[in-house]
Design a protein around this ligand. Sequence first.
Ligand code: FAD
Ligand code: UDP
Length: 369
Amino acid sequence: MVKKVDYLIVGAGLFGSVFAHEMTKRGKRCLVIDKRPNTGGNVYCENIEGINVHKYGAHIFHTNDKKIWDYVNSFVTFNRYTNSPLANYKGKLYNLPFNMNTFYQLWGVKSPEEAKQKIKEQTDILTFNKPSNLEEQALSLVGRDIYETFIKGYTEKQWGRKATQLPPFIIKRLPVRFTFDNNYFNDTYQGIPIGGYNKLINGLLKNIEVKVAIDYFDNKEYWDTISDKIVYTGKIDEYFEYCFGKLEYRSLRFENTMLNQSNYQGNAVINYTDNETPFTRIIEHKHFEFGKQSNTVITKEYPLELKSGAEPYYPINDKKNNDLYNKYKDLASSKGNIVFGGRLAEYKYYDMHQVIASALQKVQLIASK
Ligand code: FAD
Ligand code: UDP
C-alpha cells in the first residue's frame, strides 16, 4: 500500500506538471501518473540523432503575459525562434500569416492601400451581417481569394467538416496585417526552450513522484483510495463514462521520416493549403532550434477522426459539443474533491500559455480557501 498522497494527478502534461509543482512548493504530497510512456503530454519531444522531434505535434510557445513568460523561463531558457510558416498552394509558396508579403504574392499589390482596396472589393459584396460560421468569418476578414487559397482546403482537411459547420473563433487565431511581417503570432514573447520542452517538464516535475504507462481507469478505485484529492486532466466525458454521450475530438497521424540531408525545406513549418494533398503541414524539427546536424527529421501531419486508440488532439468546439460539455461541467462541479483541468478536461482549444495560466489560477484558488 502506497502512503496516502494529498493530490493524485492524472496526466503529466503541462496542466498536471504545473499543478504538481505548485502544490509541492506549498508542502503538499503529489503523485503524478500518465498512461503514456513519457511525461509532458503533447509537448513531449523525442531526441532522434540530436534533433528534438515534437512527437505529438509542433509546439511554439507564445504569450503576452510577462508573468507566464518569466515562469517558463525560470525552468529553461527560451531561444529567439519566431514562427513564420509558409503556405504551399498547388506548388506555389506564400508567406503566412496573411500580411503584405502574402498580398503581394497573391495579387501583386505593393501598398497597404492597394491591399485593403482588394479585400474591400471582396467583402463589400457579402450579404450576411454577423458571421455565423468559420467560412463567413474568414470571408468577412480577408475576402474570397484568400479564403479559397489558404483557408478552405486546409480547414476542411484539418477538421473533417465543411467550413460552414465550424465555429468562427477558430480562424480568428490567425493575424491579418498590412505590414511586411511574417510573424505568426502577435504576442510579445515567443520561443522554443533551448534543449527542448522536456527540460521544462523535467524542471516542473523535479523531486515529484511520477509513474508513467499507467491508465487511471485501469485501477481507479485504488488511486482514489490512496489520495485525498484528484486532479484529472484527461477527457472529461471519459471520466463520467460518457453518460451524456461522447464529445467529439479531432485526431492526427504523424508520419516521421529521417532524411540523409541537412536541410529539407528551409523552414520549420510549411502548410499545404489545397484540398488534394492529404496532409496539412510538414514540420522540419531542427529549424525550431537552428540545428546544424548533417541530417534532418520531417513530419507530415494527417488529420483524422478520433477512433479508439487515436489521441484526442483537438476539441471540436461547435455548439453541439459545447452544449454537451456544459452538461459534463455541471456534473464535474458537483464533485468537490476533483479538479478538472487542461485542454481535455476543460474541453478548450487552449494553447500552452493558457493551460499554464489555468493551472496557476486553480492552485491559487485552492490555496486561498
Ligand atoms: P495534454 O498535454 O494532452 O496532457 C494530458 C495528459 O493526460 C496526457 O499526457 C495523457 O496521456 C494523460 N491522460 C489522459 N487520460 C489519462 C488516463 N486515463 N490515465 C493516465 N493519464 C491520462 N500550444 C501552443 O501554445 N503552441 C503551439 O504551437 C501548439 N501546437 C499544438 C499542436 C498540436 C498538434 C496540438 C495537439 C496542440 C498544440 N498546442 C500548442 C496546444 C498544447 O499542446 C496544449 O495547450 C497543452 O499541451 C495541453 O496541456 P494539457 O496538460 O492540458 O494536456
Ligand atoms: N488555418 C488555415 N490555413 C492555414 C493555417 C490555419 O485555414 O494555413 C486555419 C485552420 O482552420 C486551423 C486554424 O486556422 O485549424 C488555426 O490554425 P493554427 O495554426 O492556430 O492551428 P494549430 O496550430 O492549433 O493546429
